[in-house]
Write a protein that binds this ligand. Structure first.
Ligand code: GLY
Length: 556
């Protein structure tokens, strides 16, 4: 009997893996591209019951906190780019540094960075923003009752869900790497017993979700949950207290909106670095590519030009981007056409610039998850959410059952010292109480004539930016289908490590050999998990990367 059940379970998992199914529904099309099958099915269910894209996003976000613990969360944060009733909007529910945080909190007495302190363990967490984010999104745009949207997540936490083999693989990798690095966290205690194809329950998390369902944001930031979090912090030397939680606020910001070719790009403003970065990348590409022809996809010339642009994008990122509530970010200047043209001037078709020679241009100054949703009214949500590295800090709040983020590592813990993604930062991104750390999350929507054409985003630390701009070029420049756009091999360059191109297998060996002659070196590793919806000739298509466990569905 057990064998038969397992066979059935594997069959169900394999059916739910990476398929684009088409369901019947009256009215116009809707679509979801989600990082797992549970969130996909729940989002479709909300849409089919008349909910809008924001309702579906809220329900999916809470489901992912249960079924995709590597990155889904209530203990983290994120960004949501929204296009609703013809208006663009942006919700910043990024974590903030605790009130007791200070600039040098990860340095020893000699001023050296203490290894792993900003990355793992109780001091690596920012104050979580997800619950207030979803609460604010619901207050402004929700059309379905809050409790109805929380119900699927509570069910999966309380009654359990069937564990995907990839989740078990990731758990094993995380436990082994914590052991190897001597990191003492309680992660294994909560997740070691998850078995592929079997039911996994999270009763403490279910109770937390019930409090959020009943009391809204106060079910997390005040009362029982807040007490559990602050007492847990006190017991284990953490610094997030009741005032941190009570004071947390998600912020509605004006998204970056810029034209590029015949599109209106709606994307993430600071504290994300991603919106500025993808616009620099897309606009600079149009200036340096041959004007008379379309370069061959992933050819030597294409990869070299985009790598050269990447050097300049990441030099600016390191210098200028910070929390706009703390530092002044020259957002308009950084995406201004004249500035971009000046930045493109030094790019040569056959010469690799020295990383040392690339300075920021203005003279004065791996895990995460994404989903994309379009509803039948043509509204769109592009949402990226994170606890930073895979399974965040590795710390689960005992009694509340959720994983805490390790987002403090996204601050510049010391000027010039790289974070876990190899990104270097300066003063603009140094730690201050209540400040948001710079992010690469880039949830993006492209409109043409006010109609949604592309909804895209990805996890992947600094490679998020690359996954997003390349997915856009794949659709717009190369006319790829959604399926091709997410699955075609990508490559990434970010100034440092020097001249290193990170690439997917599948890029031609002869292309790499040519690039090596130019001076590049290589690291083969896949990155990201793009969830993309595109519209071609008026018809929606949705796709999830086949190397993830995503599921995309178009509702006709
Ligand atoms: N934690 C990854 C990012 O926000 O960029």
């Amino acid at each position: 009997m057990k064998m038969k059940l397992n066979v059935l379970i594997s069959l169900l998992i394999s059916i739910s893996l990476n398929i684009s199914s088409v369901l019947a529904l009256e009215n116009t099309q809707a679509a979801v591209a989600m990082p797992d099958s549970y969130s996909a099915n729940v989002a479709v269910d909300v849409l089919q019951r008349g909910g809008n894209a924001i309702d579906a996003a809220i329900a999916a976000q809470f489901v992912l906190a249960v079924t995709l613990p590597e990155a889904g969360n209530v203990g983290g944060g994120g960004f949501m780019t929204i296009y609703k009733d013809g208006q663009a909007d942006f919700l910043d529910y990024r974590e903030v540094a605790p009130l007791k945080a200070h600039r040098d909190m990860y340095l020893d007495d000699s001023g050296n960075v203490i290894e792993n302190k900003s990355l793992y363990g109780i001091l690596s967490s920012g104050v979580p923003g997800t619950v207030d984010g979803m609460w604010q999104a619901h207050k402004k745009y929700g059309s379905k009752p809050w409790q109805e949207l929380l119900a699927p997540a509570i069910k999966f936490a309380e009654q359990g869900f069937i564990v995907h083999p990839e989740m078990v693989k990731n758990i094993q990798w995380r436990i082994n790497s914590f052991n190897k690095e001597g990191v003492k966290v309680n992660f294994a205690q909560y997740f070691a017993n998850a078995k592929a194809g079997e039911i996994f329950k999270q009763p403490e998390l279910a109770a937390t979700l019930k409090r959020i369902s009943e009391k809204g944001r106060d079910g997390f930031y005040k009362g029982e949950t807040a007490k559990i979090i602050s007492q847990f912090m006190l017991k284990h030397g953490g610094i997030i207290g009741m005032p941190d939680l009570a004071e947390y606020k998600a912020i509605w910001r004006t998204p970056i909106q810029q034209s590029w070719r015949e599109y209106q790009v709606i994307t993430a403003p600071p504290p994300s670095s991603g919106g500025i970065a993808i616009l620099q990348w897309l606009k600079m590409y149009d200036l340096v590519k041959p004007q008379s022809t379309i370069l061959e996809h992933n050819s030597v010339q294409y990869m070299h030009l985009l790598a050269e642009i990447g050097k300049r994008v990441f030099a600016d990122r390191a210098e200028y981007i910070g929390d706009p509530d703390f530092v002044s970010v020259a957002q308009a200047q950084l995406v201004d056409d004249k500035y971009i043209a000046m930045r493109a001037e030094g790019i040569r078709p056959n010469v690799v610039s020295d990383s040392e020679s690339i300075e920021p241009g203005l003279k004065e100054s791996e895990d995460t998850t994404h989903f994309s949703i379009v509803d039948k009214w043509g509204n769109a949500v592009s949402n990226t959410t994170t606890i930073n590295y895979t399974f965040g800090s590795g710390v689960i709040v005992e009694g509340a059952g959720f994983i805490l983020n390790d987002e403090m590592d996204d601050f510049s813990v010391k000027a010039g010292v790289a974070n876990v993604y190899g990104a270097i930062g300066g003063q603009a991104n140094e730690i201050q109480p209540n400040k948001r750390m710079v992010s690469s999350m880039t949830p993006t929507i492209l409109l043409k004539n006010n109609e949604v054409q592309v909804v895209t985003g990805s996890p992947g630390g600094t490679t998020i930016i690359t996954s997003v701009y390349q997915s856009i070029l794949n659709v717009v420049e190369f006319g790829m289908s959604a399926e091709q756009a997410v699955n075609t091999p990508r490559f990434h360059h970010q100034l440092w490590p020097k001249n290193e191109i990170r690439y997917y297998s599948g890029i031609n060996a002869s292309t790499l050999a040519e690039l090596q002659k130019l001076g590049y070196n290589f690291k083969q590793s896949n990155f990201g998990d793009v969830q993309l919806i595109s519209r071609k000739n008026g018809v929606l298509a949705a796709a999830s990367e086949t190397n993830g466990r995503g599921k995309s569905i178009v509702i006709n």
